[in-house]
Design a protein around this ligand. Structure first.
Ligand SMILES: [Zn+2]
Length: 122
């Protein structure tokens, strides 16, 4: 059985499709703008952390006479501590008495609210 649409029905359907596409484009533009803003914010935070790290390192070299080689060796040791030498700092999670994995830097389990021994400051 064939079904014929009237010219008006086709035009209305086209209009709905066009408005739906415009709506999707506006949402995509908004999401793109939001993502760009978040990226810039993260880059600003990263730059601030980089600056703070550089300043702290310069102070440590001046006041404690530690060397770049010592810093690199310590970074390698910490990087390797989680079993993956990947240039990242990801401390192993601890296990709460409820059985949940808890970030090493947290002092309270987010699942049961019990205090857990903080394994790491960072
Ligand atoms: Zn827990």
């Amino acid at each position: 059985m064939r079904h014929f649409l009237t010219y008006g029905a086709v035009r209305r359907a086209e209009g709905r499709s066009f408005r739906a596409i415009e709506h999707q484009q506006r949402n995509a533009d908004m999401q793109r703008k939001q993502a760009r803003n978040e990226k810039e914010k993260i880059e600003d935070q990263l730059d601030a952390l980089r600056l703070a790290s550089a300043a702290m390192w310069e102070l440590m070299k001046e006041k404690l006479a530690v060397t770049d080689a010592e810093l690199e060796a310590k970074m390698d040791a910490i990087d390797s501590a989680d079993g993956h030498k990947d240039g990242r700092y990801r401390p192993r999670p601890t296990t709460c008495s409820c059985g949940a994995k808890v970030n090493a830097s947290d002092s309270i389990c987010i699942y049961c609210s019990k205090p857990v021994e903080r394994q790491n400051l960072f």
